[in-house]
Write a protein that binds this ligand. Structure first.
Ligand code: ADP
Ligand code: MG
Length: 610
């Protein structure tokens, strides 16, 4: 077969496939162009999930007649004045987007150069542009894209439903809206409900608008620097998690990016405080010398490479972990709101609910809540102290019988004022501790709280010396299926490091002789078979330490004060003081809250006193 050169329009279609993958990619490129043109207001209209129509209007600097005609040519750009790829200050720089769109859709670009008397319009179809014609346009640029992928039916077939495509457009817009806080955005069209973002004065106001007030109230601030790279933004408390990673927004030097390393580091920072399958919510912006990062990895410019990826990972994980543990027992405002709306018997408050108009009557309408601060700030306002190291810590090798320590005297009345979690007043339904705190009441889930305390202690024990063990008077035989027994026996040495000593005991059974003493008296059979389940899930070649947190979490779960045990006041207060002294005590190992807090003002609301 003879080799021949591909015709230009085919070359363009092939190249276009890399830039324009789906309707959302068109929106991304057009909005980026509008931002690069210095727009103050951008309007995005879509129909049919963007397959039918995408129109982006901006009030930026516009294009001259001559520029308009070259703008739609491949590799034509105004954005690399010095032709220097190392000094990119704009979102675009490859000069590909308009050409790519023109080769896979019908494209009409109309524009009026700032200060010019007339506006012009260019139409492109199948990669062929007509000469510019006069147009009616006050200012800025309007770009209209219709019948996307009509010339490449194969690509059209791979698109998802209109609804899914229009959601993808919303998502990409959110990412861009976050990096341009001072620009006003309107997203509208027949396939969606109107979204409007007013120009904001600072980035955190914009984050609140985009992420919603529930997030704002359950988030902590990140502001750190390491090796010339800065990180700023908000991350959600572990109790404010999602079932997928869609609400994780990253930008690098004000460019929205989707980067596996960054999301990996974010998730790793929460590994300890969040159940598998739950994902943290975050809006984080990184900044660094542009020379530290290569954005020219992929035509869509969403992937990046950091020169020092290790430093960036350490920065993300370190700054978030530190902020989380500083936030300590800051309650999640979301948990409080859920509690309140449960009292009201109504759905959680709408994020656009007007905070001032607490004009609800009767039981039907949920009262929207004030309190615009993040959880930590709120905790501080309420006088909650961050627990200091060494505060009422139990010795690691406490006698196993005492599942809860005997406390230094910490009962009412002083404890209510003195301690963040207040003084225990009642023990309800064998699992809930109700306390009076300085300005409200706290309800603690005793099981969840104890699980966290044991887990953290297990971890710190493992980080240092070998875990203290207790010898069982009568070793326990655990019957399992042969595979499970085999796997446990194989991991015997590693489990011993965690304080669990076991040996094979004939076919399909193992013998447990020693257990970690800090677990106290436990249901050994249940714990060992839960660990066997964990092992079955993991690759046989991976070291157990790689799954240390999970093993510790499983152990902690069986070593915890199971709900159902009645505690006296001393024991309850001891548990509260332990919580205050334990890192990450605001949530159990699965990311569920260990306590909820109602402020007096919340309670007054419940009774219509406010
Ligand atoms: P790039 O953005 O990489 O330069 P594009 O194909 O997206 O490539 O755009 C080509 C050129 O068209 C840009 O460099 C810019 O000069 C001009 N342009 C595109 N969109 C706009 C707009 N909305 N306002 C002003 N100029 C624009
Ligand atoms: Mg562009």
């Amino acid at each position: 077969m003879a080799i021949h050169a591909l015709p230009d329009h085919i070359i363009n279609q092939i190249a276009a496939g890399e830039v324009i993958e789906r309707p959302a990619s068109v929106v991304k490129e057009l909005v980026e162009n509008a931002l690069d043109a210095g727009a103050a207001e951008i309007e995005i209209v879509t129909a049919g999930g963007g397959k039918g129509l995408i129109r982006v209007r901006d009030d930026g600097r516009g294009m001259s007649h001559a520029d308009l005609e070259t703008a739609v040519l491949r590799h034509h750009t105004s954005k690399l004045p010095g032709n220097d790829l190392k000094a990119i200050e704009t979102l675009g720089f490859r000069g590909e987007a308009l050409a790519a769109i023109g080769s896979v859709a019908r494209l009409i670009v109309s524009s009026r150069l700032n200060g010019s008397d007339d506006a012009w319009s260019v139409s492109v179809e199948n990669g062929k542009a007509d000469p510019a014609r006069p147009a009616a346009l006050e200012r800025g640029t309007v770009i209209e894209v219709s019948d996307l992928f009509f010339s490449t039916p194969a690509r059209l077939k791979f698109l998802r439903s209109d609804r899914a495509e229009s959601n993808a457009i919303t998502d990409i817009c959110r990412r861009l809206v976050l990096v341009a806080p001072t620009v006003g955005f309107t997203l509208t069209g027949e396939d969606r409900s109107l979204m409007r973002f007013r120009p904001a004065t600072d980035a955190s106001d914009r984050v609140h608008d985009v992420m919603g007030s529930q997030f704002a109230q359950s988030a902590i601030e990140i502001d750190a620097e390491r090796g010339g790279v800065g990180i700023r933004g908000l991350v959600g408390l572990p109790t404010f998690s999602r079932a997928n990673s869609l609400r994780q927004y990253f930008s690098v030097n004000d460019r929205p990016v989707r980067d596996r390393q960054l999301t990996g580091a974010l998730n790793a920072a929460y590994a300890d405080v969040m159940k598998r399958g739950r994902y943290p919510v975050a809006a984080l912006g990184l900044s660094c010398d542009p020379a530290q990062v290569d954005i020219n990895v992929h035509p869509a410019k969403a992937e990046i490479r950091f020169r020092d990826a290790g430093n960036v990972r350490a920065l993300v994980i370190g700054s978030i972990r530190e902020a989380l543990s500083e936030a300590g027992i800051a309650p999640s405002r979301a948990a409080t709101e859920r509690t309140l709306s449960a009292f009201h018997g109504a759905a959680p408050t709408d994020k656009h609910a007007n905070v001032q108009s607490a004009s609800w009557k009767g039981w039907s309408a949920p009262a929207p809540l004030a309190g615009a601060n993040g959880g930590f700030a709120e905790a501080e306002q309420a006088g909650l102290r961050v627990p200091q190291a060494g505060q009422t810590h139990l010795p690691i090798d406490q006698p196993p019988a005492a599942a809860v320590s005997t406390p230094p005297e910490a009962g009412p009345p002083d404890a209510a004022d003195e301690f963040p979690l207040g003084a225990a007043m009642a023990h309800l339904h064998k699992n809930y501790i109700v306390t009076q705190s300085r300005d409200g009441l706290v309800i603690v889930d005793q099981h969840a709280a104890h699980e966290r305390i044991v887990y953290e202690r297990l971890k710190s024990a493992m980080a240092g010396e070998p875990v203290p063990r207790q010898i069982l008077l009568i070793p326990e035989v655990v019957e399992l299926d042969a595979d499970d027994a085999g796997r446990l026996a194989e991991r015997g040495a590693e489990l011993a490091e965690l304080g669990l000593i076991l040996e094979p005991f004939g076919h399909g059974a193992i013998l447990v002789t020693e257990t970690p003493s800090l677990l106290g008296q436990i249901d050994i059979k249940a714990m060992v078979s839960a660990i066997a389940d964990d092992l079955a899930e993991w690759d046989a070649s991976s070291r157990l330490v790689e799954h240390l947190n999970q093993v510790a979490a499983t152990m902690a779960c069986y070593g915890s004060v199971r709900s159902g045990r009645i505690l006296n006041t001393q024991e309850m207060n001891a548990l509260l003081r332990d919580m205050e002294a334990t890192p990450n005590a605001g949530q159990c190992n699965h990311g569920r809250p260990t306590f909820v807090e109602l402020k007096l003002s919340d309670i007054e609301r419940l009774f219509g006193r406010r």
